[in-house]
Design a protein. Structure first.
Length: 285
């Protein structure tokens, strides 16, 4: 297994809060990212964890992403950042991406779905129920954030299967994508969306990566005491969340996971550019 960390969408720049400036960034600020994973496997083909923004989102963002969201998020229109182009640059065909596993169904995580219409799309059962069951209390809220342009092709949306095991590092309610052989788990991280989850995958060295999606957005929330939120992310976090109390509880559990299992689990979120740089900057650079 080989795991690639990709930025599949640069969004509005945010100011530095004392961190070192990263190479190539503007003075005093850094573009927000859409941190995705591309997993090469022998048994399951390519697996994409979240998709960032797709090709169509770069050509006509107002139509596919919504004019208000575009005005606020200021997405860069670089086709080469799309997961599709990055897969091709690695020497693969789009059809080699057989599975897509999503933390949740918000637009900056689903934009690449139309670029891989043949792939099976896995989500946690709670997220699946929220967007497919009209009787679900979060149905309209969830469907409004799963953009019509990202689902017009009829993605093969599939609910992961609940796992009755002992729990992943003490988390309960986890589920496993149907038909996958590799060790990958959807871990409930509630608060941001109705069925928001992290995606945990065991790497070649035997440790775990946990893509925490939007459970938090800035590394200071899990690394610093007291937790430090980034002011640029606060309106997004507070405006999008479905359950503020659950959101805080999830963050605190991730803080404990980061503190107590740092040697076993590497935790990162979807939009923090400093976290992405830790996985993509060559040692010594």
């Amino acid at each position: 297994m080989r795991i690639h960390h990709l930025n599949c969408g640069s969004l509005r720049a945010i100011p530095l809060l004392g961190e070192e400036r990263l190479a190539g960034s503007a003075p005093g600020q850094l573009a927000t990212v859409c941190h995705c994973l591309l997993i090469e496997t022998d048994s399951d083909g390519l697996i994409l964890v979240d998709t960032g923004l797709g090709i169509a989102d770069r050509h006509d963002p107002g139509r596919t992403l919504g004019a208000d969201w575009v005005a606020y998020a200021q997405p860069a229109r670089y086709p080469e950042e799309s997961a599709l182009r990055q897969v091709v640059r690695l020497g693969y065909a789009p059809e080699d991406v057989r599975h897509i596993v999503l933390t949740h169904l918000h637009r900056d995580h689903t934009g690449g779905l139309p670029d891989f219409p043949h792939a099976r799309v896995h989500v946690h059962p709670a997220e699946y129920a929220a967007v497919t069951d009209p009787s679900n209390p979060w149905h309209r809220h969830s469907l409004d954030r799963f953009m019509p342009a990202h689902r017009a092709h009829g993605p093969l949306l599939t609910a992961a299967v609940p796992d009755d095991g002992a729990g992943w590092f003490g988390f309960s309610g986890e589920a496993r994508p149907q038909g996958l052989v590799c060790e990958l788990v959807l871990v409930p991280l509630p608060g941001h969306s109705a069925g928001h989850s992290g995606v945990a995958v065991r790497d070649a060295g035997g440790g775990w990566l946990l893509h925490a999606g939007d459970a938090y957005m800035y590394h200071g929330e899990i690394e610093q005491t007291p937790p430090q939120r980034h002011p640029a992310f606060v309106p997004i976090q507070d405006g999008a969340q479905t359950d503020a109390e659950a959101h805080v509880a999830t963050r605190d559990r991730l803080r404990a996971l980061h503190r107590d299992h740092a040697g076993q689990v590497s935790v990162f979120s979807a939009h923090d550019p400093w976290e992405l740089a830790r996985f993509t900057t060559p040692t010594g650079a």
